[in-house]
Design a binder for this molecule. Structure first.
Ligand code: SF4
Length: 344
């Protein structure tokens, strides 16, 4: 006889825990359940794939092994450690959370206390609470919604399901809270994948009402906003000019001076003069397309050799940038143009 939704929910731990024990991946943040490590890994994984996050995580923990070290870390070093992960506001929030934890004398040990930390939402608070503090707090992200909506054959909106599944899972949590949380995440990541799920390998197969990738219903994709960006690589005797980005996407990060519009070669001299660049040689430009989640930049970078070094900018060698400045990937592709061999 077919089981009801609550009956299926109740047997999830017995279906998933043995499967997880046998099939879990060996990931660096699973070495132990230290709350600091769980916090760092969960924030990193919010917008970064597991494979891409692994090395960054190891470097980050090696450089900042404790919550105190993170709280005291200079911002430039923090951004440098975050380089390549994108969404730098995550790093800022992570440091704010570390400062809150240090000021309070330690990690909060309740779901509500964790939820109050900067950058920690319901999902992340649930993950830390269940993995590090053995609390029966579900962590329902898009992966888990996908697994459960297929299991229950539920076609409703993801946003509704997220809070409903959080409520449904809480009472069935077994004593192995962290393993149960991670078993759901692991099933979503490795078996019940967005496309072509491996249903024949799934421990939930016998009870699943979908057995395919027909759910959740996909939303029509909204078109990305596109804009032109003109980048000025000002190659001066002091180094190449960088400035902090004042607004919009990547706010606070280093960038090469630029305009968020297409500037023609004819317009360039006037634009350079506005920046305080008196005499210059413009070298052949290079183009690049950089894609953010909701935005696309069609970029043109002009290397400009000049003896002027206006004080409004900071100056770095290409080597300095590699070592000390966190330059977002939207601008990193320009670095080869900055190196000496390309200036001749
Ligand atoms: S049987 Fe298939 S669709 Fe159902 S939960 Fe398992 S992997 Fe997902």
């Amino acid at each position: 006889m077919l089981k009801t939704d609550p009956e299926i929910c109740a047997i999830l731990p017995e279906l998933l825990l043995p499967w997880y024990e046998k099939n879990k991946r060996d990931l660096p943040w699973r070495e132990n359940t230290d709350p600091y490590r769980v916090l760092v890994s969960e924030i990193m994984l919010q917008q970064t794939r597991v494979e891409a996050a692994k090395e960054h995580y190891l470097n980050f923990i090696a450089a900042l092994p404790t919550v105190e070290a993170l709280a005291a870390c200079p911002k430039d070093k923090l951004f440098k450690l975050w380089e390549g992960l994108g969404y730098y506001s995550r790093a800022e929030n992570l440091q704010k959370a570390a400062k809150q934890i240090v000021a309070a004398g330690g990690f909060p040990r309740t779901f509500e206390g964790l939820r109050a930390l900067s950058g920690v939402g319901v999902y992340t608070a649930g993950a830390i609470a269940s993995i590090a503090f053995s609390l029966p707090a579900p962590a329902v992200d898009g992966n888990v919604v996908r697994v459960l909506s297929r299991l229950f054959g539920d076609e409703r909106e993801q946003a509704v399901l997220r809070s409903e599944y959080t409520e449904r899972l809480a009472p069935v949590y077994p004593p192995q809270t962290g393993d149960f949380t991670q078993s759901l995440m692991e099933l979503g990541a490795t078996v019940c994948t967005p496309r072509s799920p491996k249903c024949v390998l799934c421990p939930l197969f016998a009870h699943c009402r979908t057995k395919s990738d027909a759910l959740p219903k996909r939303k029509a994709k909204t078109a990305k906003k596109k804009s032109d960006v003109t980048v000025y690589l000002l190659l001066t005797p002091k180094g190449v000019a960088l400035e902090r980005r004042k607004e919009g996407v990547l706010k606070g990060m280093w960038q090469f001076p630029n305009d968020e519009r297409a500037v023609t070669e004819e317009e360039l001299p006037a634009r350079l003069a506005e920046m305080g660049i008196a005499s210059f040689t413009i070298l052949p430009p290079r183009t690049h397309r950089h894609v953010f989640t909701h935005l696309e930049w069609n970029m043109t970078a002009y290397p400009v050799k000049t003896d002027s070094a206006p004080p409004r900018f900071c100056y770095f060698s290409a080597e300095d940038i590699e070592k000390n400045a966190a330059l977002p990937s939207a601008f990193r592709w320009c670095l080869p143009l900055v190196e000496e061999k390309n200036r001749r």
